[in-house]
Design a protein around this ligand. Sequence first.
Ligand SMILES: C[S@@+](CC[C@H](N)C(=O)[O-])C[C@H]1O[C@@H](n2cnc3c(N)ncnc32)[C@H](O)[C@@H]1O
Length: 291
Amino acid sequence: MKNSATSSFGVSARIGHDSSKFYNSKLYENLYFDIKKGGKENPILEKNLNKIFCKSSENMSELPDNSVHLMLTSPPYNVSKDYDENLTLDEYLKLLKSVFKETKRVLVNGGRVCINIANIGRKPYIPLTMYVNQIMIELGFLMRGEIIWDKSASSGVSLAWGSFKSASNPVLRDTHEYILVFSKGDFKREKRDKLDSINKENFMEWSKSIWRFGAVSAKKVGHPAPFPIELPRRLIEFYSFENDIVLDPFIGSGTTALAAIDLKRNFVGYEINDEYVKLANSKIKNHKGLF
Ligand SMILES: C[S@@+](CC[C@H](N)C(=O)[O-])C[C@H]1O[C@@H](n2cnc3c(N)ncnc32)[C@H](O)[C@@H]1O
């Protein structure tokens, strides 16, 4: 088969694609990102592994530099949910930036970050994803892409139509959220003797940028804003190897920990609310295994 190359009209199949023309174009000339090859990984003390710390993740002093393989999280939304502080947008972004800066310190070279976030409000709409992408790029992360999580299969879709059946002021009812994906230092991680757990069918399906599965009931979980276990499950299998260390700096009810346990990964979580830490620890203790 003939290898493809970037052309004015795009190409239909991208097998053995030569993209050097695209990456050498001026578009990439002034882009800032940190590329670092190699770098030693540091072990996390046994006593700090598979544990949730009840404190702010702005300071993760329990974790050495270059020790975590995957960070995945859904940050607080600052929209006056039970657990939310009433921060200004600037204060809120400052909090996220300090957690993501600390995340960069603890990630190994090639380590990944997956941030599940939704844009919020209507009057006007606040594109939080735009601000978060900006922060991550300023911090020197390499963006890998973004996943649209289509939640329309869930029952609780909003009925706030705005002006129903009229162009007067119709309102978009968001049935999606985002998962923004980044790497530190290098896109690639060496496989060597590490084990993957993903199968062929899931790899082919999850490498598509739109994921469809329903949300989970806050009432059932006992936390105001949990994500369904399918979300960390896919990210963990797609972006990490078995025995890797998965960090969730806003772990809430512990969903990330449950997925990590089921998939033979280690976890570390941070959560400022001690009621949620208790809830997460009891879920972990009574966990039967989901997959
Ligand atoms: C969107 S929720 C995460 C829910 C979680 N994914 C789950 O499935 O349960 C965000 C969590 O971040 C916690 N939080 C807020 N600020 C924090 C901080 N500075 N450090 C650690 N946790 C924080 C909140 O208490 C809340 O439980």
